[in-house]
Design a protein around this ligand. Sequence first.
Ligand code: URA
Length: 240
Amino acid sequence: MQIRLDKFLADVGIGTRSEVKTIIKRKVVTVNGVSDVKPETKVNPDTDEVAIDGRAVILRGKVTYLLHKPAGYVCAVKDNLFPTVMELVPQGKDLFPVGRLDKDTEGLLLITNDGMMAHRMLSPRSHVDKTYLAVLDRPAEDANVSLFAEGVDIGDETPTLPARLVICDADAPELAYLPEEYRTKLCPGQVVLLTIHEGRYHQVKRMFHAVGREVVYLKRLSFGTVKLPLSLKRGEWQNI
Ligand code: URA
């Protein structure tokens, strides 16, 4: 099915019909790489590649992107101060990040227009596992493992749910996810994996703070059954 380019862009939520006409006049819209397009140019949303400023525009049913979030981006649809994760994936109607990672946290982030899926992943009752790789300012110790398994008081009304802390050995495969600068100069015990089943504000940082440690680097490696592919570089995304 072919539709007019201005209708396509309006349907996707880029702007009103008159706003998208102005955008098209600025020559920033391409169809299959061609920039000589008009509002009335016909496009097939299933087969043509439409882009604005080089970023693809998608009109399909449900989409979910697995983004390797880099530090420096906020998990919001819009922000007045900082770049948002939405700038890193194709543009499309009703897309939003599934939950939040802090601005300085990296790793697996889902961006979707599938509200039901997001609800299932985020609902406190679902207890979906989230595994984080963290570098601490000083080594974790075995006592932290047992305390985290019981639940930690992080200043909320209730302690955290039991969480699984693993102190990484020097040959742990997860170390491959660390940026180069961290790989060499770490003491034994400074790199840990923490799996939590809830999603409280700054939860990982607050759990380590509660046991006298600060998180100096944080990366989410998995969210439910979805894992961050080692081959996906920071800022890259793939469909799931
Ligand atoms: N816990 C944190 O402290 N920060 C994150 O970004 C995610 C979990």
